[in-house]
Ligand binder design. Structure first.
Ligand code: FES
Length: 175
């Protein structure tokens, strides 16, 4: 049986522990990552002209946002026998980009800039008609689709995103 003194001691200990938790909460919260902020990135496209590319850093990777020219868009609908994965069946993209443009809007292409071979940063040649990897010279077309002659196994990866408006893009990392 618990005597009165022990009971009082336990009650005081319980209150102390609860108080300590309340005091610690703001400090612990400040150390925790704010997932909503970190897992989205808003990108303003109002200054992105046709044929230009914007690059942003997001979650430790670089993302290229390309404003395609009308010629690049029409070129993408042609049959491409020289591509390894023309329909992107074996490549990574969200459902919104599972089409011949690999994008939600034909005129705006969003893609991670890591080569799918060993991860080097690819660069766009000229406008965005193609992407080239400097490490082992893999080439990709204006939709990030890899050519058969390249060592990169699949197309460049497309991140998940949505448009908040015509000029505002939101990169989204979904669980
Ligand atoms: S890392 Fe790009 S081709 Fe090897």
């Amino acid at each position: 049986m618990v005597d009165r003194r022990t009971l009082l001691l336990r009650i005081v200990q319980a209150f102390s522990a609860t108080g300590a938790l309340f005091l610690a909460y703001p400090f612990v919260k400040a150390w925790l990552p704010t997932f909503n902020q970190q897992h989205t990135l808003e990108v303003d496209l109002s200054d992105l002209k046709i044929g230009e590319i914007k690059q942003v850093s997001w979650l430790g990777r670089n993302v290229m946002i390309v404003r395609r020219t009308p010629e690049e868009i029409s070129d993408l609908v042609e049959d491409k026998h020289e591509l390894k994965d023309a329909s992107s069946v074996h490549s990574r993209q969200p459902a919104l980009a599972a089409n011949q443009y690999r994008s939600l809007r034909p005129d705006v292409f969003v893609v991670y800039s890591n080569c799918t071979h060993l991860g080097c940063e690819v660069s766009a040649s000229g406008t965005a008609a193609s992407f080239n990897c400097p490490c082992h010279l893999s080439e990709f077309d204006a939709a990030g689709r890899v050519y058969k002659s390249a060592v990169a196994p699949v197309n460049l990866e497309v991140p998940d995103y949505q448009f908040m408006s015509r000029k505002i893009l939101l990169l989204v990392k979904r669980a």
